[in-house]
Design a protein around this ligand. Structure first.
Ligand code: 3PG
Length: 424
């Protein structure tokens, strides 16, 4: 089903409600934004709406109630957007109460305002944090939709990074307002669809990091549907595959995995190795802290592996993986090779990231840590595409249906059938 683009929606001098994902990493001490990648990536849609002299109210989230450190108002985002756009983006510390409604009523063509952080509303988070299973049509009764929808002519969603959230601000306005998706939505979907459906071959997936449920969710799908020719495992994912293939990595690793419930992934890893023996690679050597505290490396075949942790891969693994990356037609990256924030353990991530940036293949980087590693170790422009999404990207590549995509498709169906907001 075709999803409508904002260029196909009547927005000239109209009042537009725009849902963005400008959720940004925050320094826990200063509460300042440390990376404005998502804010910058939202600019093309905003610039288009300014050109169209639309009156735009932005709704967005920052942090969530499970992580209070990042749950802050959107004032800073408004300031950053004002700087980047070279025009005032006002901030109203109210999501949909009288102050927000007044601000929207007074909004003139060409003006922009950001309303309060939607994550301060229980109804926005209950659907995923407390599993209150509301369908999009039922969400039209929520306070945010009842209060804001009557004030607007149209709704645009350019928040692909939150596409996995079945929240009213993401999926319910489509039920009551003519709607479309913004340009970042289409950029993200087409980069990921290319990796998934028609990747230039050979297609290599570098999967690592500590969130191994992400890596495993994706692995099942890209191995079984043939998207991945080779999977290079690093980080904790790499350790799990070593254990699955019968290596013993000592009590430090065993305890680390057990404490986090990650030992549950050893059995699935064993099954993948049995089903796809030629398509999954794991590290040949690992880095560890030597007696004097410095970095040391050891082969995984050694009889005298240390009992601690292995915060990075070793240089033989880097060399072998670099050779695969250099020949790849597509390289998809999610999850660093080690604890790259510490210089002692940065080698694996640094050298692989630089190799990917220099490789001729089509490269897609996704996930917060992988994007940070890209800016840290190489020029992000050398990657073919940097995805703003984390959780949404993983679910998309795992073959799961995303609530936002379902909502946008439903909007198109309603338009064709002349129902919902299109009923005459
Ligand atoms: C993200 O950071 O992945 C998106 O902004 C969605 O945030 P969430 O995982 O808190 O819903």
């Amino acid at each position: 089903m075709k999803i409508k683009s904002m260029q196909e929606l009547e927005v000239h001098r109209k009042k537009v409600l725009l849902r963005l994902d400008i959720n940004s990493p925050i320094d826990p001490k200063t509460k300042k934004i440390v990376n404005d990648n998502r804010i910058r990536k939202s600019l093309p849609t905003l610039e288009y709406l300014i050109e169209q002299e639309a009156a735009v109210a932005i709704i967005a989230h920052q942090g969530d109630t499970l992580d209070y450190q990042n749950l802050i108002p959107l004032q800073e985002q408004a300031e950053r957007l004002s700087e980047l756009l070279g025009r005032e983006v006002a901030y109203i510390d109210d999501v949909c109460g009288p102050a927000a409604q007044d601000a929207v009523r007074q909004l003139k063509p060409g003006e922009l305002v950001i309303l309060g952080n939607v994550r301060y509303l229980t109804e926005e988070v209950s659907s995923f944090e407390n599993s209150v299973p509301l369908e999009a049509p039922e969400m039209t009764d929520t306070w945010i939709v009842r209060s804001l929808a009557p004030l607007f002519d149209a709704y645009i969603n350019d928040a692909f990074a939150a596409a996995h959230r079945n929240a009213p601000s993401m999926v319910a306005f489509q039920e009551v307002l003519p709607s479309a998706a913004g340009s970042l939505f289409f950029d993200e979907v087409s980069a990921l669809a290319k990796v998934m459906d028609a990747p230039p071959r050979p297609a290599v997936f570098l999967l690592g990091g500590a969130k191994i449920s992400d890596a495993f969710g994706m692995m099942e799908q890209v191995l079984s549907n043939g998207s991945a020719d080779t999977i290079l495992t690093v980080g904790v994912t790499g350790l799990v595959f070593l254990l699955a293939d019968g290596y013993s990595l000592g009590s430090g690793v065993d305890e680390f995995l057990k404490k986090r419930g990650l030992d549950a992934f050893i059995e699935p890893a064993r099954k993948y190795l049995a089903d796809y023996p030629d398509r999954i690679r794991y590290p040949e050597d690992l880095a560890y802290e030597g007696k004097d505290g410095s970095r040391a490396e050891i082969s995984v075949d050694s009889d005298s592996l240390p009992q601690g942790l292995f915060p990075d891969i070793g240089s033989r693994t880097v060399k072998a993986y670099k050779a695969v990356i250099a020949e790849a037609g597509t390289i998809f990256v999610n999850g660093p090779a080690g604890v790259f924030e510490e210089p002692k353990w940065e080698n694996g991530t640094r050298d692989l990231w630089r190799a990917i940036a220099d490789a001729p293949g089509y490269s897609v980087v996704g996930g917060g840590d992988s994007v940070s590693a890209t800016s840290r170790f190489t020029d992000p422009k050398k990657m073919s595409y940097i995805c703003t999404a984390g959780g949404a990207m993983v679910r998309f590549l795992s073959g799961k249906r995303l609530p936002l995509i379902a909502a946008m498709e439903r909007a198109s169906e309603q338009e064709q059938a002349g129902t919902g907001p299109y009923a005459t």
